[in-house]
Design a protein around this ligand. Structure first.
Ligand SMILES: Nc1ncnc2c1ncn2[C@@H]1O[C@H](COP(=O)(O)OP(=O)(O)OP(=O)(O)O)[C@@H](O)[C@H]1O
Ligand SMILES: [Mg+2]
Length: 291
């Protein structure tokens, strides 16, 4: 496996306020940390100064991913970029109110600090509902929600009758995003661009019909509750395999080496490119992709 290019900051002046991308979804295991890491590496490959906040203070998956990356870089003197990060600690306070206040203060300070040196900040949020996660959602310029590609996880967005694909009502999470949008509009006077991404889509013909139905229901829901749909990411073992090395699909070189880039990797990278294009991030639109 050969490795890709070093971080090369652009000569352009940084925006005064870093652009915040929150990866969120209250369901566990939908691919938040994996997607967050791939967005981080994509931004670094585009030469943007990128910071990371991992709000999953218990599992710390994104933090561990980056630690693995730093170890890989150190062991091989690899010319790979690694993001800036500030640890968000779980409060030792026993009283919930005090714990929440302390964590919120820590989060806001970390966000301000990273904002001084970064163009983009990517925030990985934990599964479940937490005070910190709600605060972070209300700071998002873009919210990316990965969703396991099945009706089992669909109720994250809305209650739906799978037989007729009729939407009964938006979910608690959709309502939480709605509240965050209101807060953001009041505090910062800017909107949240919400992008939902189907993850772990299957190529199997047996599941094609179900995939189609999920897609149709998502389209209906996207109009109703106001999100954009990104092209999905397929189910691929490589995502799990790269975690211990701290690498992403965007770090593998197309011209071979120890682990030559297989066709499936190229297809996976194309899916990530399509996601990145769909995000329409400021200052990046129209710029040729460097991954
Ligand atoms: N497209 C994919 N194909 C195959 N495996 C995937 C894919 N996306 C994520 N995974 C794997 O699924 C597992 C869960 O992913 P991840 O940790 O990113 O989810 P999460 O939403 O952050 O979970 P949590 O809610 O626990 O924080 C990981 O082992 C990851 O490698
Ligand atoms: Mg996670």
């Amino acid at each position: 496996m050969s490795l890709a290019h070093a971080y090369d900051p652009p000569p352009s002046a940084a925006p005064r306020q870093a652009y915040v991308i929150v990866v969120g979804n209250q369901k566990g295991g939908a691919g938040k940390s994996t997607v967050a890491m791939h967005i981080v590496v994509a931004l670094m490959r585009m030469g943007r100064r990128t910071g990371v906040l991992d709000l999953d203070v218990r599992q710390r998956s994104l933090t561990r991913y980056i630690e693995n990356r730093n170890r890989w870089i150190a062991a091989r003197s690899a010319k790979l970029a690694s993001p800036q990060g500030i640890d968000i600690k779980e409060s030792p306070q026993r009283l919930l109110d005090l714990a929440e206040q302390e964590e919120e203060a820590g989060f806001r300070l970390a966000l301000r600090r990273l904002s001084e040196t970064c163009d983009f900040i990517v925030i990985d949020s934990p599964g479940g509902d937490s005070h910190l996660s709600r605060i972070a959602h209300a700071c998002a310029d873009t919210l990316v929600t990965p969703l396991n590609d099945s009706f089992v996880d669909f109720d994250l967005l809305g209650d739906i009758d799978p037989n007729c694909a009729e939407i009964v009502r938006p979910s608690i999470y959709s309502e939480m995003v709605w509240d965050s949008r209101k807060k953001k509009a009041l505090d910062a006077r800017t909107p949240i661009d919400w992008v939902v991404l189907r993850n772990r889509t299957s190529a199997s013909k047996i599941e094609a019909k179900n995939k189609q139905r999920v897609g149709d229901a998502l389209k209906t829901l996207s109009n109703r509750i106001g999100f954009r749909l990104a092209p999905g990411l397929s189910e691929r073992v490589i995502y799990r395999e790269l975690f211990p090395q701290g690498l992403t699909l965007l770090d593998l070189d197309a011209d071979g080496g120890e682990g030559e880039m297989r066709m499936t990797h190229l297809a996976a990278r194309q899916e990530l490119r399509d996601l990145f294009i769909t995000l329409k991030l400021p200052s990046l639109e129209g710029e040729p992709l460097k991954f």
